[in-house]
Design a protein around this ligand. Structure first.
Ligand code: SF4
Length: 283
């Protein structure tokens, strides 16, 4: 395979479009789940919230305005083909420029502060983004991008479980985390679960799980079954849409896994709100 040259501007334009689009247009999987929730929800307040969310998302798409005021911190999962060379700039700078332009020209709220403890000064352009890059074989760049709101991000948790905790231990930790989150993550939520790897890999898997379409299941039927069981248990908790009561607390549970060490079983839970914004592209 020949080396392929991609101009930095092409990367910037692609990233800019991803973040503008994901903030204006909710995915079809989320819309279908909200509609299903509206049909099944017994709580009148819950029903009303779901219909307002659907209306809100429609207005955002029609008028090209952000579907939530918190337009999130930019997170990208990149599969970078090893035959790609970026011309007229560097890859990371090109991505940051795309984020900058999307948040500026798209009238998206700038939500990132520089130093996390002392200064907490807004960087003014929503950069830096969080970029997870894998080098893969090929001559393309695949980008999965999401704007992550922190009402739900703050409710996430990780546990370094011992293997003896088994399936029940995993389920108990996921359910405990969601129960503790309560109404805070702007339900109906999507629960991303990362199991395996190391401490940081589990967290990364959980984040990636929130970006997977909720009308898909884990390829391993044992985990697919766990996804359905957890979804059922979460929806018995009663938090409901916007945390105002009802049976539509979550619209999806996605599990991603990775091999791990013989002595451990890391489990991370990353919660995403109903404003589940993600889009992907291939350059
Ligand atoms: S958690 Fe989600 S829905 Fe709630 S304010 Fe933040 S981005 Fe918006």
């Amino acid at each position: 395979m020949e080396i392929r040259k991609i101009n930095a501007r092409t990367v910037t334009n692609a990233v800019k479009k991803l973040f503008m689009d994901c903030n204006y247009y909710i995915g079809d999987d989320i819309t279908a789940a909200l509609k299903r929730g509206l049909e099944c929800e017994k709580s009148p307040v819950g029903k009303s919230v779901l219909s307002q969310l659907l209306e809100n998302n429609e207005i955002a798409a029609n008028e090209q305005i952000p579907l939530c005021q918190d337009t999130g911190m930019a997170v990208l999962f990149v599969e970078y083909g090893d035959k790609v060379v970026i011309e007229d700039g560097g890859f990371e700078d090109a991505v940051m420029q795309g984020v900058r332009e999307a948040y500026d020209e798209g009238y998206l709220r700038k939500s990132v502060v520089s130093d996390p403890v002392f200064d907490r000064k807004n960087t003014g352009d929503n950069t830096p983004a969080v970029i997870h890059t894998r080098i893969v074989s090929g001559d393309k760049i695949k980008i999965l991008a999401g704007g992550k709101g922190f009402g739900s991000e703050n409710m996430s948790a990780i546990a370094m479980l011992t293997p003896s905790k088994g399936v029940e231990g995993v389920k108990a930790f996921v359910l405990d985390t969601v129960r503790r989150a309560g109404p805070n993550p702007c339900p109906p939520m999507i629960v991303g679960v990362g199991i395996g790897g190391t401490f940081e890999k589990a967290a990364q898997l959980a984040k990636k799980a929130t970006l997977r379409a909720i009308d898909t299941s884990n390829e391993d039927e044992r985990y697919a079954k766990m996804e359905q069981e957890l979804l059922g248990e979460i929806n018995k908790m009663g938090f409901g849409p916007a945390g105002l009561g009802g049976s539509t607390t979550a619209i999806g549970v996605n599990i991603e896994t990775y091999p791990t060490h013989i002595a451990g079983m890391p489990v991370a839970v990353n919660i995403c709100c109903h404003a589940a914004r993600h889009k992907s592209t291939v350059i």
